[in-house]
Structures are given as structure tokens and as C-alpha cells.
Write a protein that binds this ligand. Structure first.
Ligand code: ADP
Length: 248
């Protein structure tokens, strides 16, 4: 199959908690440079899937292959972060008593943050990289402000920026627009589309309006496996998807 050409390849993955199959024979392929939205009702297995990819949870069975050849089931969380998988959890965790700029600079000095400076030309110094990250996360005009003064939405963008500073090959983003205003939600869709120009991204999301704005292929999970996959139009009109959402 397409394991060698994919960035992330899951095949036949299962994990049980006390006999309950949270992930059940799950297969999923993400191509290099692709952004994908993962939807599904509460308990579908979305978080557990991300836990498996990041090494937080070890599957009982199946293959989890990153970038064609790295068997993620044989690595721990720290190794996997170092390989280039960055995860944004739902709740923003920024350094409140540091400026916006310093938050990015602190992330740049982290384990993978030095890589862009090693591998890119000298114009992309630390300052250049910070500028790029501030621009794409819509925070350039707030660079000198304390992170504590940011809105909830801006804190989410800052944390995405901190992950970007680490130069991830794959960015996993968990419900980024929960608690955001409508304007922030719309801006987040644009921001993630901008990021997806140069990165591979998986977004877990409940907000269908937001998924529509992301304008990406959608995978719907249910009971730990893929129920439906394709365009949002295809997935949202799939009778099985309609049933699991209406049945709740
Ligand atoms: P989602 O993120 O789609 O809401 P989860 O991955 O959080 O779904 O959960 C999938 C199922 O696995 C749920 O029924 C949940 O209760 C169960 N589950 C997840 N993590 C654990 C755990 N550590 N121990 C026991 N059950 C768990």
C-alpha cells in the first residue's frame, strides 16, 4: 500500500481499556502536505487516536508509521516529539507572564526549535523565524504584550505559533476553536489554511461550520474506526454519519 509515500500511516490499529475497544481496527493515511479534519461524536476515539500517534498510548495491535519508515509504536512521547510531531491540546498553555515574542523565542530554543536555523539559510535567523511565526499567527502587532493580556483566541494562536517554532513535520490540533468568538473562529480557519501551505496538519473538530471553512478532506470516526471519509459534503450526507450524530 501507500505506506512509503505517506506522512502518517495507521493500519489495523486497536486499543482496549479494561476490555472496551476505544480504537477498533482503525486505518488512516495522511499524505505529505495534507490537512485533514477528524470529526465524530463524543467517545468516537479521536483523542485516543492522537494519543496513539504521539506515543502517549501504546496500541494493542496494528501499524503506526510516520514518514514512511518510523514505527511510532516503538518510541516514547519525547522521541516522537523530536521526530517532528507537535500536538496542540484544547486548552492553551502559554507562558502568561512572558511577552508574546518571548513565548515564541522560548519555543524556538526547545528541542526541535533550533532545526530551522541549522538547515535554512542565514536570513532565517532566530529573529526572522520569530517574525514569520508572529505573522502567520496574526500576533505581530502584539509581540511586546504580555501573553496574559491576550484573548482566549489569541492564546490559542500563540500556542500554535510555539509549536510552529519547533518546526514540526506534522501538527495535531485538538478543537482549536472551542470557546472562540465567531470572528476568531473564521480567522483560525484562514490561519490554519495558511499554515497548511507548508505543513501537514490534522485537526480534531466538533464545529461543522469551522470544518466547512477549513475546506479539507474529512474523516469521521465512530466506535474507534472510520465510519466515513471524503469531502465534508460527502461525509455529512452519509446516512451512517447522520444516524450517529442524530442518535445522540
Ligand atoms: P473522543 O475524543 O472521540 O471523544 P476518546 O478517544 O476520548 O473519544 O474516547 C474513546 C473511548 O475510549 C471513550 O468511550 C472513552 O471513555 C474511552 N477511553 C479513552 N481513554 C480511556 C482511558 N484511559 N481509560 C478508559 N477508557 C478510556
Amino acid at each position: 500500500t501507500d505506506v512509503t509515500n505517506s506522512l502518517l500511516y495507521l493500519d489495523g490499529v486497536s486499543v482496549s481499556f479494561d476490555g472496551f475497544k476505544a480504537i477498533n481496527n482503525l486505518s488512516f493515511v495522511l499524505n505529505h502536505g495534507e490537512m485533514r479534519a477528524i470529526i465524530g461524536p463524543n467517545g468516537a476515539g479521536k483523542t485516543t487516536m492522537m494519543d496513539i500517534v504521539t506515543g502517549k498510548t501504546r496500541p494493542d495491535a496494528g501499524d503506526v508509521i510516520f514518514d514512511g519508515s518510523n514505527d511510532l509504536t516503538k518510541h516514547d512521547e519525547a522521541d516522537i516529539a523530536m521526530m517532528g510531531i507537535g500536538r496542540k491540546f484544547q486548552k492553551p498553555t502559554v507562558f502568561e507572564s512572558h511577552t508574546v515574542e518571548d513565548n515564541i523565542a522560548l519555543a524556538l530554543s526547545g528541542p526541535r526549535g533550533v532545526l530551522p536555523m541549522l538547515f535554512h539559510n542565514s536570513s532565517r535567523t532566530g529573529e526572522g523565524r520569530i517574525r514569520e511565526v508572529l505573522d502567520v499567527t496574526r500576533l505581530a502587532h502584539l509581540r511586546g504584550q504580555m501573553a496574559s493580556s491576550l484573548s482566549h483566541g489569541q492564546k490559542q494562536w500563540l500556542e500554535i505559533g510555539m509549536l510552529l517554532a519547533q518546526n514540526p513535520m506534522l501538527l495535531l490540533v485538538d478543537e482549536p476553536v472551542a470557546g472562540m468568538t465567531d470572528a476568531e473562529t473564521e480567522e483560525t480557519a484562514r490561519l490554519l489554511r495558511d499554515i497548511a501551505e507548508g505543513h501537514s496538519v490534522v485537526v480534531i473538530e466538533h464545529d461543522m461550520g469551522f470544518v466547512r471553512e477549513l475546506d479539507v478532506r474529512v474523516t469521521c470516526l465512530h466506535e474507534g474506526s472510520v465510519l466515513s471519509d471524503g469531502t465534508l459534503e460527502h461525509v455529512s450526507s452519509d446516512p451512517r454519519v447522520v444516524e450517529v450524530y442524530l442518535g445522540r
